[in-house]
Ligand binder design. Structure first.
Ligand code: SF4
Ligand code: SF4
Length: 285
């Protein structure tokens, strides 16, 4: 399994001017929404923006980032690069445990050079464009998440927050959050990030007890959500299917389909860590 190379110190401080793509799917306090930086966009609110390759800032936004990756981002990128999730995590990410957090964040590791460019940046722009992460699709919008206790659902909130150097904010083209998501093919990405946010929300409380957040149980939860090729191997080459009842039709799908496997991983973590059973997974008696 790719090591959980947890860094003790969060890199989410000392950001320099070029940083962008940040707080996506961070839980935000509903009472402080209007105090957060950037313009909050409700349904129907508009913003003006257009990214053009002839602007002087071209590619400036793809360097020195705290670029959060979510499980679906990892699936898309590792498939794009035709490598396993293990290899992807080893080669391209930093796993960072923030203070007072019980599940690590996964950040794309920027190149070592002075410019700290994204490893996928080319002279012509993004080298993984059709599979670029959710944060890159949504830029210059940032997403936060609010938990609605009544509906028991996580809801996304959006902020227009381009960095000063981004000249696209002075263009005339107008968008709503919906038209922007459609244009950037971000609808599915947002949905998948939302599903992950539902699981991640549970980790606001400490589930690990004396094992701590880098114990064996935490490693299993990380594997089932981020290292899905390893999770598939674990499912099919251990006593997993003897211990858990999983419908045979779903087992067949999981064997071949990374998205089904990722979603199943989310459900399994809910059960394994929190004891929450769903229709898709139950322990055998
Ligand atoms: S307009 Fe903004 S998003 Fe586009 S290249 Fe420039 S900095 Fe990046
Ligand atoms: S993945 Fe692509 S769009 Fe995102 S930071 Fe890297 S080069 Fe830029």
């Amino acid at each position: 399994m790719a090591n959980l190379k947890i860094k003790e110190k969060s890199p989410l401080v000392n950001r320099n001017q070029l940083q962008c793509n940040n707080i996506i799917m961070k839980y935000v306090d509903i009472d402080k929404l209007d105090k957060l930086p950037g313009k909050r966009l409700d349904d129907g609110d508009t913003f003006r923006f257009q990214c053009l390759s002839n602007l002087d800032c071209f590619n400036l936004c793809c360097r020195n980032l705290n670029l959060f990756l979510y499980p679906y981002d990892v699936v898309r990128l590792k498939n794009k690069l035709n490598i396993s999730s293990d290899e992807f995590l080893d080669k391209y990410v930093d796993v960072v445990l923030r203070e007072a957090s019980f599940f690590p964040e996964v950040l794309l590791h920027m190149s070592e050079g002075k410019e700290k460019t994204c490893p996928f940046l080319t002279e012509l722009g993004c080298g993984v464009y059709p599979d670029r992460p959710d944060a890159c699709r949504m830029f210059p919008l940032e997403q936060g998440a609010i938990y609605d206790a009544e509906t028991k659902k996580v809801k996304a909130v959006y902020f227009f927050r381009p960095p000063d150097f981004c000249l696209g904010q002075h263009e005339k083209r107008e968008w709503t959050t919906h038209t922007w998501k459609d244009d950037q093919n971000a609808v599915l990405y947002n949905k998948m990030t939302g599903s992950w946010a539902e699981v991640k929300r549970l980790f606001q409380a400490d589930p690990w007890g004396s094992q701590g957040p880098d114990g064996q149980k935490a490693k299993m939860a990380f594997m089932a959500t981020y290292n899905i090729d390893r999770f598939r191997d674990f499912m099919f080459n251990s006593s997993f299917l003897k211990r858990y009842k999983v419908k045979s039709a779903l087992v067949k799908k999981i064997k071949k389909d990374d998205i089904q496997l990722m979603k199943f991983g989310f459900e399994w973590v809910k059960f394994f860590v929190w004891g929450i059973t769903t229709k898709n997974i139950r322990p055998r008696k």
